[in-house]
Design a protein around this ligand. Structure first.
Ligand SMILES: [Zn+2]
Length: 284
């Protein structure tokens, strides 16, 4: 069981430091780090491939970050009191990785935003992390981003050369419930979903939620918007190099146990997916 928290809300301050700081993400969090990275890899791949379909873009940096205040106050001291945001992982092949940034680097600044000495949330909260992520996703999608990190006491500068992706935040919610949802800004998948179903299912769920976003459904969800998202999700999967059949396989395998609240029946959903895949094949 981890002490990390995924609530939402934030604040910001500033200053720079150069002292050696212990890593925030410790070995107890290996499982969550794996989940975070897996979601980031799949989400980045689909969001980048879908960019031509999106009105709002962001720079895909491949940065996966974590903040000290995702832990309760009594567990924060060992991480040091400064530079509260750390690179938890980098998506292989994306800008942060190519610029040489790595897990454990403590973020001092991104562009002109100084991240050292951010005020911390009083209770465990993802507020600081979310705030920093929101600053990143509104940066110009293809412009270089200068990043400064503290690595074992040294300040290291790197210039990220991002590619454009559909603008969305994505995060792992740590729970044993099977969750895949979006509030119109952030796409959330639960650790249970990722760990139970694996890569293809993560891609299927992410593509569906991203399709809602591309179609600007906001929070309105009805059978019609769900059908539209299901259809478009197949095209987004194909753009990202996935076989759209993975959506069909997912619903055939897990539909009965997951049910289809707010959607058509699982059976109807599967026939819609089949019809769309057949139509896509006919076009090719
Ligand atoms: Zn939906």
């Amino acid at each position: 069981m981890s002490h990390r928290n995924s609530a939402v809300r934030a604040l910001l301050g500033s200053l720079l430091v150069t002292v050696a700081l212990p890593a925030i993400a410790d070995s107890n969090d290996d499982r969550l780090r794996r989940d975070d990275l897996q979601l980031a890899e799949i989400a980045s791949r689909i969001a980048i491939a879908s960019a031509p379909r999106c009105q709002n873009l962001m720079p895909a940096t491949g940065l996966v970050i974590i903040a000290i205040d995702q832990y309760p106050p009594e567990l924060r001291k060992k991480f040091g009191l400064v530079t509260p945001v750390e690179i938890e992982a980098v998506v292989p092949g994306l800008a942060a990785d190519r610029a040489g940034l790595r897990a454990g680097d403590r973020l001092l600044a991104i562009g002109d935003k100084v991240l050292a000495f951010l005020p911390l949330a009083p209770a465990a909260s993802s507020a600081t992390r979310d705030r920093v992520e929101r600053q990143i996703i509104v940066l110009p999608p293809r412009a270089p981003i200068t990043v400064q990190v503290n690595r074992a006491g040294r300040t290291v500068s790197a210039v990220l050369e991002p590619v454009a992706a559909c603008r969305t935040r994505f995060e792992v919610v740590e729970t044993d419930k099977l969750i895949a949802r979006s509030d119109g800004e952030t796409i959330q998948l639960s650790s249970a979903y990722i760990e139970s179903f694996g890569e293809d299912a993560v891609a299927v769920a992410f593509a569906h939620e991203l399709a809602h976003l591309v179609l600007q459904h906001g929070l309105k969800a009805n059978k019609q918007t769900e059908r539209e998202a299901d259809r478009l999700s197949l095209h987004l999967l194909a753009l990202a190099g996935y076989d759209p059949q993975i959506a069909l396989r997912f619903w055939r395998e897990h539909g009965a146990s997951l049910g289809s609240r707010g959607h058509d029946s699982v059976k109807k959903r599967i026939s819609l997916l089949e019809a769309e895949i057949a139509a896509m094949g006919a076009v090719r």
